[in-house]
Design a protein around this ligand. Structure first.
Ligand SMILES: NC(=O)c1ccc[n+]([C@@H]2O[C@H](COP(=O)([O-])OP(=O)(O)OC[C@H]3O[C@@H](n4cnc5c(N)ncnc54)[C@H](OP(=O)(O)O)[C@@H]3O)[C@@H](O)[C@H]2O)c1
Length: 280
């Protein structure tokens, strides 16, 4: 895909991988609408792109809301004159014991990580199908192929995003529209808590820099790649998990034990008690 002049709707552009993606795409000549909840951070990123000679607009929008996805796409279409590229990058993560997860947190995670990408994709597709060109990029995770303990809801959402990407790619074959699924490994952003980075350091797990991850994603888009898994030995672990899941259970044993120990020390997160009238 030619990125020069590429009309792009990018979610989660105010920080981390999304911010680096915005800057890298802006530098390659893409025209961007940047989406996130924090208007100040988005505006700063848009200004940085404009100062460097690019084109970017910030649109504050909460993707976890039940409605408004069609309007967001309509507004971006009007501002850019169409959409060639949708990048579903916004996401939230949760690390902890599933038994004590807050139901509202699970709702937010599912709405942001999977429902919003589905609804935004649905909203951009009719115009792309009419023009016979376009690309959808879904930012998943290595945990979208390896169900990881203490990331149960997050893994569920990324497995769903991977399944959606594969199904849609097959459905759109021959239409001129491509679907790219990207699976980063642990990356140093505000998505993860300091505790997680401490665990990664203790277990010797690599942590990527968001600018490096963004550069890999930009190249994958430019090369019309279907899938990209970032990092070694994570790529191998994804394949092994599909064939020999018990081997991966054994391999991650130490990490899981360390996480359990840490969660025991910090204590379980309080479960939200359902109020009687809410569930009656
Ligand atoms: N960091 C990692 O270890 C890692 C590994 C694999 C995959 N990933 C994936 O990479 C993607 C980017 O994450 P990141 O690591 O760059 O983390 P990040 O810095 O926390 O970025 C996530 C972005 O999503 C936006 N966002 C969250 N909830 C939103 C909502 N309801 N509506 C609109 N925007 C929302 C946030 O912006 P606002 O706060 O302004 O809304 C934020 O800019 C995610 O899909 C994540 O799952 C990350």
């Amino acid at each position: 895909m030619n990125l020069e002049g590429c009309r792009t709707l990018l979610t989660g552009a105010g920080s981390g991988i999304g911010r680096c993606l915005a800057l890298a795409l802006g530098a390659r000549g893409a025209r961007l609408v940047l989406v996130g909840r924090n208007a100040t951070r988005l505006t700063e990123v848009a200004r940085e792109i404009v100062r460097a000679g690019g084109y970017a607009l910030a649109v504050a929008h909460d993707l976890s809301a039940p409605a408004g996805h069609d309007q967001l796409v309509l507004s971006a279409t009007n501002r850019l004159g169409g959409i060639d590229l949708l990048i579903n990058n916004a996401g939230v993560a949760g690390f902890g014991e599933f038994a004590t997860e807050d139901p509202a947190g699970i709702d937010n995670l599912i709405n942001t990580n999977i429902t919003a990408p589905l609804l935004l994709t649905r909203a951009v597709l009719p115009a792309m199908l009419e023009s016979g060109t376009g690309r959808i990029v879904n930012v998943g995770s290595i945990l979208g192929s390896i169900g990881f303990p203490h990331f149960a809801a997050y893994s569920a959402s990324k497995f769903a995003l991977r399944g959606f990407s594969e199904a849609l790619r097959r459905e759109l074959a021959g239409s001129g529209i491509g679907v790219t699924y990207v699976a980063p490994r642990t990356t140093r952003t505000t998505l993860n808590s300091d505790t997680l980075y401490e665990l990664s350091a203790a277990s010797g797990t690599a942590v990527d820099d968001p600018a490096t991850v963004a550069a890999i994603i930009v190249e994958a888009i430019a090369a019309d790649r279907d899938e990209i898994y970032i990092g070694w030995p994570e790529k191998l672990a994804v394949r092994l998990n599909a064939l020999l899941p018990r081997l991966i259970s054994l391999a991650i044993g130490k990490q899981v034990a360390a996480a359990r120990q840490l969660l025991r020390t910090t204590g379980p997160r309080p479960a939200t008690a359902p109020s009687i009238d809410k569930y009656e």
